[in-house]
Design a protein around this ligand. Structure first.
Ligand code: GAP
Length: 454
């Protein structure tokens, strides 16, 4: 881990955002737990995804499927056969590597343009690890399934073998008929789902960037084949806006049109959004045209008609799917990368209001004023603008610095005059500007200051 990442990991641990998982038992490699503040940030991000991609759209709906599905789902979706990485072992120390990553790091060859035998030959002949030099020895390449297996009953037989989902999307596809029939939906419509996905990644790395367990935010937009391109472009624009609203700038929206030979097995077209992380430019999220691939395959294998009766043409058609897919943790890492700003005298987490874990911290100047703080807390909570904290004790400067670091949007100070004049001082996180206003004016003040509640 480079120094910037290392500093961030320590900061996030000390401030209650993210902890190394299973710490008291020596940890579990590349696995992380979200602390109280990290969880608040996660909830805010998920709520915003729902608001933006479901509530604000015309015909989009929520969904929540099981994590473990019948194994036939993964047979039909192609994941059992095709969701693999190619791995190779260094025989000197039995360390396992992804063949494509080795090629990318050590050579100019492009993995997708070669056969597996060719890749194997290049690695064996040309790649010498620093630690072993000419003595580096490699195994043969093998294929490694990325899905997590488990057993669905007490016995350990193959019949009961099931998998944790590697994407939330399939739970939506297999319920296409349930959803469209029960809600009597007309094309086009979208189904969004947020939930855990699991991948037995060979090389999890870069903190929460790539882990084996993570949360996905996905939207499957079912549409007509001849509208698919238009809807793809519509969602591309929406993703731009979503990222800008989170605090990214235009120059951060780096789009990578994935070449045909690099597409996932289900995709007809994919554009990945990349972000310049401290450790390099990497995929942040993706939008794909999955065509009718998934519904067709599930219809074939299940023998259920996963189709839509189009009353204009009087025909059954298989809708095409535009998919928006992003990882919660990966987005959060990019948000820290972008919005955690070091100034001369302070650090600020410049979150938009709707993402901030705490919207306001109320700071009575001394303990003698705490009871007034409690009263104000009680009254401000009624405004329903999100979590507000009463931050008692310690120097006011220290309290400012702490709340700037965790992204608290406003700080309200109660002083000895407050009781007499019923006024408080309210401080804006980003400008540090302080204004003395009447308690009765706080609501109006917030309404004029907050652009995006959301
Ligand atoms: N349903 C489509 C799909 O799953 P993907 O490109 O494999 O597509 C979508 O994953 C997004 O999920 C990625 O862009 C990334 O944000 C997130 N993601 C994928 N694998 C991840 C991992 N191992 N750890 C964290 N996030 C991951």
């Amino acid at each position: 881990m480079n120094k910037k990442m290392n500093d961030l990991v320590n900061f996030l641990k000390n401030r209650g955002f993210i902890y190394p998982s299973s710490n008291i038992y020596g940890g579990l490699a590349n696995s992380w737990d979200f602390g109280p503040l990290g969880t608040m940030l996660k909830i805010n991000l998920k709520n915003y995804f729902n608001y933006f991609f479901i509530d604000m759209q015309e015909n989009n709906y929520y969904f929540d499927s099981s994590i473990i599905l019948n194994s036939k789902v993964w047979e039909a979706s192609g994941h059992l056969k095709k969701f693999n990485d190619y791995i190779i072992t260094c025989l000197n120390d039995n360390q396992i590597y992804r063949a494509d990553e080795l090629l990318e790091e050590y050579t100019n060859y492009i993995f997708e343009n070669l056969t597996i035998l060719e890749v194997e030959k290049i690695i064996q002949e040309k790649i010498k690890l620093k630690k072993y030099g000419d003595k580096t020895r490699w195994s043969k390449i093998s294929s490694f399934g990325l899905m997590f297996k488990t057993n669905y009953s007490k016995t350990d037989t193959k019949v009961n073998e099931v998998y944790f989902r590697p994407e939330t999307a399939q739970g939506i596809f297999i319920n296409f008929k349930n959803i469209s029939d029960s809600l009597n939906l007309k094309l086009p419509f979208g189904i969004g789902q947020i939930g855990k996905s699991f991948r037995n990644e060979v090389t999890p790395k870069n903190f929460i960037f790539r882990t084996k367990e993570f949360e996905q935010l996905e939207l499957e937009y079912f549409t007509y084949k001849d509208r698919a391109k238009k809807d793809f472009d519509k969602y591309l624009k929406l993703i731009d806006l979503f990222l800008l609203n989170l605090g990214f700038k235009k120059e951060d929206l780096i789009k990578n049109d994935i070449p045909k030979n690099k597409l996932a097995h289900y995709a007809k077209k994919t554009i990945d959004y990349e972000y310049n992380f401290w450790f390099g430019k990497k995929e942040l999220l993706g939008i794909s045209n999955r065509s009718d691939f998934d519904l067709k395959n599930h219809s074939q294998v299940s023998k259920e008609r996963l189709q839509y009766f189009d009353t204009t043409s009087n025909k059954w058609i298989t809708p095409h799917v535009i998919e928006v897919s992003m990882g919660v943790e990966r987005l959060i890492l990019a948000i820290f990368n972008k919005l955690f700003v070091k100034e001369k005298e302070r650090n600020i987490l410049k979150l938009p209001f709707f993402l901030s874990p705490y919207k306001i911290a109320i700071c009575p100047l001394t303990d003698k004023l705490n009871y007034q703080g409690e009263e104000l807390l009680f009254n401000l909570k009624k405004l329903n603008i999100g979590p507000i904290i009463l931050q008692k004790g310690g120097s006011i400067g220290k309290r400012y610095r702490k709340h700037d670091e965790i992204g608290t949007f406003f700080i309200i100070t109660i002083d000895f005059e407050t009781e007499k004049d019923q006024k408080i001082t309210i401080r804006d996180r980003d400008t540090k500007k302080q204004e003395r206003i009447a308690i009765s004016e706080i609501k109006n003040y917030l309404q004029t200051k907050i652009k995006n509640i959301f």
